[in-house]
Each structure stands twice: as C-alpha cells, then as structure tokens.
Design a protein around this ligand. Sequence first.
Ligand SMILES: [Zn+2]
Length: 146
Amino acid sequence: MSRQGTSSPPTVNENRILKGACQEIVRTRTFSEEQKQTLTTVFQKRFQQALGLVEAGKVRKYQFAPSGRTIWVVTGRGRDYQVLPDSLFCTCDDYYFRVMEHKKQLCYHIIAQQLSEAMSKHDAIDMTDSRYSEITSKLTSIITRE
Ligand SMILES: [Zn+2]
C-alpha cells in the first residue's frame, strides 16, 4: 500500500473495497474499528448514512417461497428502494444521476444493503410467491418513474 497525496482524485474502486470489507466481516464475524475507519475514509458521509440505516433496521430482505427468490429493500428518506446486490444497482435518484454522470459511485442504500447482509443484521420477511408481483410492482413503478 503506497501512501497517496491528499489531493489525489477518487479513482478507487468502490465496489471492490465494499465487497472486500463485507467478505472480511463475514469471515471474521466482526466489524472492526479499523474497517470502519477504512470505509469512512473511502465513502465518507455515505458510510455513516449506510450504517445508520442498518442500525435503524431499514434494510429488509424479502424471501419468496417456494421459488427461493429474494428482494432487498432499503428504506431511505420516506421511500423504499430496491437494491440488486449482484449488480450493485439501486432504484434511487442518487444512483441514477451518479451513473448518468459516469461517476459510478455507490449510493448509501447499496452500502447499507451490503453491510447488513455481511453483518446478518436485517429483517428477513418470508412470503409466498403469489405476492411477488405485488411487491415488485411497487418497486418497479419507482424504476420506470421517469
Ligand atoms: Zn440508492
């Protein structure tokens, strides 16, 4: 690890750093102060916001049976957003504009989802497949809003 100047541009790979930190949390079953410090350095305010959502129980995982499909939902400012962990996609405006501007930064909903999954700190809601379309249609209406 080389020491970088404070004025270097934020060219770090956020996805890789977040995934790496989460794997470490799962492996060691602890969220060390050192990791928190690293994530604070990389994500700054977004990390604190994400951790706040996790600790306030704003991350939910819907598990559908018998298909086994899952949906992750993070409640932000009064609205639910769907996070797709595999593609690190979120339905919020923040994510949309970041991607449009090619900043490719992660929004704090994604960070919250990743952390809560690693920490196993989320509500798991079991539902039957018959309710899948009802749940997703609410979320899809957000995606196609504009
Ligand atoms: Zn988001």
